[in-house]
Design a protein around this ligand. Sequence first.
Ligand code: ATP
Length: 358
Amino acid sequence: MRGDSRLRTTEMSPAETLDLAEFHGDGISAELSEAVHHVAAQLPMEVHFHPVDLSIERRRTDAEGSYQDAEAAIRKLGVAIKYPTTTELESPNKVLRDRFDFTVIHRPVQTIPGVPTRYAGKVDIHIVRIAVGGTYEDAGRRIGTEAAVSVRVIERRPSFEASKFAFDLARKLKCDVVSASKYTIQRATDGLFEEVAEEVAATYPDVQHHAELFDALLAKLIMESEAYKVIVTPNEYGDFLSDAACGMIGSIGLGASASYSFDRDGRVKLAMFDPAGGTAPDIAGQGICNPAAALLAFGMLLEHQGYRALGGALNDAVRDAISAGNTTGDLGGSLNTMGFTQEVCLAMKARLTGSVNL
Ligand code: ATP
């Protein structure tokens, strides 16, 4: 994660610029982009978007060219926002993950007041997931007709990078880190993951750490969600946990996630932010999709780039708009994409009043 050198939003120069790559996809991608640009135009700095076409039309005829463009843009600028893409022949998300060496996914999951949920408690957690390995790299194979096998891989480097990211985040949030796996059963693989987490923990004497068994963690998270803030975990557990936590807050489509690659010292090299949820082809082009997740992704990007007050205000503003009932149709409201985006801008302005002149 970048240093917090640009926290002084009150003193931000209007001449300041933020350059980022923007990966356009399919379906509602164009409308999500329009919403993000609208918010960006309200910020007290110049945001320069460098577009890359990852749409299915381009990929059908020039997949390699589209990925090369994406790679060139993110390697030059260090940071990208990506909108949903259709998976046809290949999964663009997997291609980008492999090309950019993304090894860690950060998925914040936070209760949004006003979104109906069966779970009464509050959730405010950061899932830091190793983005590679586990059982997901190996398709496995059948042994005859009655058995099948797959290989589970845990590597030291991604375990180190995920752990370091989690501890840096916890230090910033002034909270503990819980590492979660099945280390009593998967002694070799999860044992290695926990060993690395321990080693990293030893270099953060100011951040408390303990390991929990993943199954127990799921139960405790439901019974005592307030006890958790930063959880670091191997690939497949992180996948399960992300969806379970999203179910607790009543939506799997309302969040955003960040993917990171790192240099040799465990510092973030490339970062890509994308909204949860798919291309929603059934409503694409109608201007009615919910841009909340894309705006949350942009908020995470701002925070990562050091604009913590602005990113935080955008995150809060999305939640303010939803909890005030100013929502798009999918959440029971009557606003269209731009109407909701304008509500978010108003809420952001209110949040920042006194600290930034928008
Ligand atoms: P994909 O194949 O890209 O995942 P999909 O339609 O199968 O597309 P989603 O995009 O997740 O899957 O859509 C599932 C349902 O949720 C659809 O009815 C879609 O309209 C709705 N939906 C998804 N995203 C949004 C959004 N941002 N705003 C409003 N409705 C949405």
